[in-house]
Design a protein around this ligand. Sequence first.
Ligand SMILES: C[S@@+](CC[C@H](N)C(=O)[O-])C[C@H]1O[C@@H](n2cnc3c(N)ncnc32)[C@H](O)[C@@H]1O
Length: 215
Amino acid sequence: MANYHKYILDKKKRVIIGDFEAAYSKCEIVYPGQLELHTVKHRLITEICQRLRPNDKVLDIGCGYGYFTSFLSNNSQVDIYGSDISPTALQKGLQVHEHKGLVVADISNDLPFKSDTFDAVICLGVLALLFDKIEKCLINMKRILKEKGLLILSVYVPENPIGSEYIKNKEELYNVIGKFFQVNEVCLIWDHKGIKEGKSLDHCDDDLLVFAQKI
Ligand SMILES: C[S@@+](CC[C@H](N)C(=O)[O-])C[C@H]1O[C@@H](n2cnc3c(N)ncnc32)[C@H](O)[C@@H]1O
């Protein structure tokens, strides 16, 4: 298990530790997948970019080093902001790429943005670490979205996720999102176990990309 994991989750006790600041400040690299533009990321980026419009005001929440935030800044016409709970993640990212709109914020707490501010909020690879606080996270994202604003989530939903008494499978995930948003589309992006077993994506249901609208 990569070194940074010890600050984030305990697989034996099946709990989320969630000390992201310690992970980012004590380890050279956290979640190296953030830095790669591999096939799966490419698909994810393509799906997301197709749904954003020029001049949309967009927040990438839990942006880590801000690579995707920076990608959107350089390759689209959206007005992009990024935030993460870890100041060190944002600082380390800034050493690699310029970005103006980065803010430290905890998605499960009060977010430092005015209500009805963003046309889209993107949250990639974050909620599976916060399943037990997911309602609060969804309420927070809903508040800062404009009317009919777009919520874009990539969520890892394995069977019986670690640290969650609340979300056990993708149906429960859709139900909780549906309390606050209208779920419009779900794309399958990646299946960790299925791919290893050689299954096609049609038979897998692990990493989901969810598009939902503020209602
Ligand atoms: C798996 S990484 C994903 C990073 C990036 N979004 C990506 O897809 O490459 C999860 C990120 O969520 C951030 N995070 C975890 N809990 C958070 C919270 N409560 N509020 C905001 N960000 C959080 C972590 O610091 C980390 O950078």
